[in-house]
Design a protein around this ligand. Structure first.
Ligand code: NAD
Length: 460
């Protein structure tokens, strides 16, 4: 094939087939744009193969293990006998495999051309893959992110990021999790649920520091109850690994002796060596800067997903991809706003939130009112033996600005919470909607009733 070969010219050349890239490809094909989707590994990217899906599968395994261990709470004689690591992998891999097969089918059916190999941006309209040049009227950068590793820490059989932990060959007894952000607390929940002794080390003074402070407090309380040790305000000074184990040294306090160290200190953009800077794409610390229509500094080049500064979430990637396809097709879609994107941490207990915290709303000049409804007053939550709360942040006499929830099962409530924030609902409007009894969703209705000044099942 040559540069002039028409089959190598597309409306869209998309670099990376993760959540952002493949969503862009599928939507673009629906809009009858021609698409080349370049991928060096597997269609589906981090989310499907090394992120959201496999980790949530293991979180479910951990939840089942916890339920077995605590059958007595529900009047049952059960116990947790231990992990069958091969079967644990098998379960996760089956879920991933099924979704992967489905996704490959979708992409094939769409008519997007998947180009295997490592692509490189050559100029505003050209991507080179293994010597083949693909020309795009628009080029979409969708190369995502990868786990960051702390300087001086070497990965190996005893020191891993989430990528390697999902291919674990031996079940550890003691685990140190470096970083108490989303990945850190999710893996802490997995390992603790599966019977390991877990210590979380977090440099800031609380876990999940991006969330509303009462969410962190509730999570820490629940972790303490589950026997998960936490060292907050603690910086790692080094990790020494040997055949038999590893030692985590902190700037202050006793070292931690473990079998496995999981490094979960954030994810960095995968943008190095891909020709972005050389092609003139403006970048900041490896991230690609864009305007709200996801246009980069180079005309005709867009960027989506984790490469773009902001929330690093698969569903933001999907939304970005869809947006770019529609924008290129001339549909004039509304830009994706991080402010109304829901955030879920699938630890046990879960944290789900959308919109502003009280502090952020105050700083943004809102006249803020906050109410908190405890899940202890919610029948379904009591049945499940979970505690937690739902906090609503509202403009005084105005719309809901943020919803913050903690407790087992709250991830499934975030849909209603995001409608409240996204549609700028007033608590009075939500309070007038009848919520099904007994559901956990009812607690969201009760929180809205409380915010509207007419609580039903709330103690003064
Ligand atoms: P994160 O930024 O959420 O958390 C990293 C944590 O590590 C921070 O709290 C930071 O203070 C801490 N840290 C950094 N250096 C440290 C050090 N030297 N010692 C101790 N602690 C240190 O990053 P993450 O948890 O790795 O996740 C990466 C990204 O992926 C995030 O943006 C996250 O939102 C996203 N993600 C989302 C989900 C989900 O939506 N459920 C799941 C996984 C990942």
């Amino acid at each position: 094939m040559t540069d002039s070969d028409s089959t190598d010219t597309y409306d869209l050349v998309i670099l990376g087939a993760g959540s952002g890239g493949y969503a862009c490809a599928l939507r673009a094909r629906q809009l009858e744009l021609s698409v080349a989707l370049v991928e060096e590994d597997k269609v589906g990217g981090t989310c499907l193969h090394r992120g959201c899906i496999p980790t949530k599968a293991w979180l479910h395994s951990a939840e089942v293990a916890e339920a077995a261990a605590h059958g007595a709470t529900f009047g049952l004689r059960t116990s947790f006998e231990g992990v069958d690591l091969e079967a644990l992998h098998g379960y996760k891999d089956k879920v991933v495999g099924q979704l992967y097969k489905g996704l490959q089918g979708l992409v094939k059916q769409s008519g997007a051309e998947v180009v295997p190999g490592r692509g490189r941006l050559v100029d505003a309209s050209t991507v080179e893959v293994d010597g083949r040049r693909l020309t795009g009227r628009t080029v979409v950068l969708a190369t995502g992110s990868h786990p960051r590793v702390l300087p001086g820490i070497e990965l190996g059989p005893r020191v891993m990021t989430s990528d390697q932990a999902l291919r674990l060959e031996e079940m550890p007894e003691r685990v140190a999790v470096l970083g108490g952000g989303v990945i850190g607390v999710e893996f802490a929940s997995i390992f603790a649920g599966l019977g390991c002794e877990v210590t979380v080390v977090e440099a800031l003074d609380r876990l999940v520091a991006a969330e509303e402070p009462s969410m962190s407090k509730a999570l820490e309380r629940a972790f303490r109850k589950r026997g998960i040790a936490m060292r907050t305000g603690a910086r790692v000074s080094g990790v020494e690994a040997e055949d038999a184990g590893a030692t985590v040294r902190l700037e202050e306090g006793d070292p931690i002796e473990v079998d496995l160290v999981l490094v979960a200190v954030g994810r960095g953009p995968s943008s190095e060596g891909l020709g972005y800077e050389e092609a003139g794409v403006a970048m900041e610390r490896g991230l690609v800067t864009t305007d709200e229509r996801l246009r980069t500094s180079v005309d005709g080049v867009r960027a989506v997903g984790d490469l773009v500064p902001g929330l690093q979430l698969a569903h933001r990637g999907f939304a970005h991809g869809i947006f770019v396809a529609e924008d290129v097709a001339g549909l004039e879609p509304a830009p994706v706003r991080d402010a109304v994107i829901p955030r879920v941490t699938y630890s046990d207990p879960e944290i789900a939130s959308v919109g502003l915290t009280a502090e952020q709303a105050g700083a943004a000049g809102h006249d803020v009112e906050t109410v908190s409804y405890p899940l202890g007053g919610n029948g379904r939550s009591l049945i499940k033996a979970t505690t937690g709360s739902i906090t609503i942040v509202r403009e005084k006499d105005g719309a809901v600005l943020g919803v913050h929830m903690v407790g087992a099962g709250v991830s499934e409530l975030v849909g209603e919470a995001q409608l409240m924030v996204g549609w700028e609902a007033h608590p009075e409007e939500v309070a007038s909607l009848v919520h099904a009894h007994p559901t956990q969703g009812e607690a969201l209705g009760e929180a809205a009733m409380l915010a509207a000044g007419r609580p039903l099942h709330a103690h003064a």
